[in-house]
Ligand binder design. Structure first.
Ligand SMILES: NC(=O)c1ccc[n+]([C@@H]2O[C@H](COP(=O)([O-])OP(=O)(O)OC[C@H]3O[C@@H](n4cnc5c(N)ncnc54)[C@H](O)[C@@H]3O)[C@@H](O)[C@H]2O)c1
Length: 345
């Protein structure tokens, strides 16, 4: 019996293939099994990883005693039933984002994981990105002063999905970062968008969040855009930071810019001075965030640790997505985000 953690990946499509590649090459892990309901896809994966068992049905993964941790990278609509089956079978589970498509389903998975003492991790990849970790440290240490607002863009001409809109496909990334940096739940969410390519499936969505301390955040997501942008701008009372994931190496730029209050407020013009100082480009590790995320899952399984991106974090994001979806359907009216139920908080 190997002391490496036995891993299975369920769903080996475009993204699942990256997870299979990582787990097949990860210290401390052994890729025991790959699972896909599509025979062609399964055959393709099996050919690349002949040492892993290739199975079509998740039930086989659930009853395999050599498997401790399962990665669910199937289509979002199947996250809930697959994760539920696996948690109930006693597996530790890492579910790709979004955790589920319904709040009640995400709450149920958190409850099962807690009751069965299983690890439930969500693929909020950006929280493992060294650039986002640098941002988090700056915000937490108040190196930018007070956090005032964040805006971000995740747009490109990309994979047009049919079973989820651009909000559910892209915004989990942005919302996970926004909630992580703000470190609080939003008061309400408003979203507007439009469906141009398929009826009822929004291709572009603009989301606005308001936080209890007066901070705001805005996310623009689209798969129908000429630019490829993956960018966060974080504005603090002392400094401003830009995280641009499309930059090859200079991903973070810290601007020593702000508006200072000086002297007695006679009129606004007299009392405010604009400060435009140096720009700092810190050295950020270029390690692959997905590999760091996979290593974290294996460590959590081995050491029975709560993941950085646990089920509760996944539920928080699903709650904001759900509020944004309801706002979208109402033409942009703000929707209150209810607090987490006590039994899962
Ligand atoms: N973290 C990230 O950056 C990131 C990036 C892209 C996609 N994703 C997420 O990864 C997931 C998969 O996305 P994708 O682009 O690879 O989709 P995809 O459609 O290319 O692949 C999904 C695969 O899951 C399989 N599948 C579906 N239901 C199944 C079931 N019940 N049992 C076994 N296999 C099943 C399908 O046959 C398919 O091969 C989605 O949740 C998506 O949101 C995450």
């Amino acid at each position: 019996m190997s002391d490496r953690i036995g891993i299975a990946v369920v769903g080996t499509g475009d993204w699942g293939a990256n997870l299979v590649r990582n787990f097949a090459n990860l210290p401390g892990a052994r890729l025991v099994s790959v699972c896909d309901a599509d025979p062609k896809r399964l055959a393709k994966t099996a050919a690349l990883y002949p040492d892993a068992r290739a199975v079509a049905d998740v039930a086989e993964v659930a009853r395999d005693p050599e498997i401790q941790g399962v990665v669910v990278a199937a289509s979002a609509v199947s996250h809930h039933p697959l994760a539920k089956t696996l948690l109930e079978a006693g597996k530790d589970v890492y579910v790709e984002k979004p955790l589920t498509l319904e709040v009640a389903h995400a709450e149920e998975l958190c409850r099962i994981a807690r009751a069965k003492n299983r690890i439930l991790m969500v693929g909020h990849l950006l929280l493992y990105h060294p650039g986002v970790q640098y941002l988090k440290k700056m915000v937490a240490e108040k190196a930018i002063g007070d956090l005032l607002y964040i805006y971000c863009q995740r747009v490109n001409l990309g994979k047009v999905r049919t079973d989820e809109n651009a909000l559910w496909s892209f915004a989990p990334h942005d919302l996970s970062v926004i909630l992580h940096l703000m470190d609080q739940e939003p008061v309400d969410v408003a979203a507007r968008g439009a469906a141009f390519l398929q009826a009822g499936v929004e291709d572009v969505v603009f989301v606005d969040l308001r936080f209890p301390g007066g901070q705001t955040a805005h996310a623009h997501v689209s798969w129908l855009d000429p630019h490829k942008l993956r960018k966060f701008t974080v504005v603090g009372s002392q400094k401003m930071v830009v995280f641009d994931d499309m930059e090859a190496s200079e991903k973070i730029k810290v601007y020593d810019k702000g508006v200072d209050r000086v002297g007695q407020v006679v009129s606004y013009g007299d009392a405010l001075t604009v400060r435009s100082g140096d720009i700092l480009i810190p050295k950020i590790s270029l390690q692959e965030p997905l590999r760091l995320e996979c290593l974290h899952f294996v460590e959590c399984v081995r050491e029975r640790r709560r993941p950085l991106t646990d089920g509760i974090g996944g539920l928080r994001v699903v709650k904001v997505l759900d509020a944004a979806q309801r706002s979208l359907k109402s033409g942009g009216k703000p929707v209150t985000v209810e607090p987490l139920p006590l039994e899962v908080a």
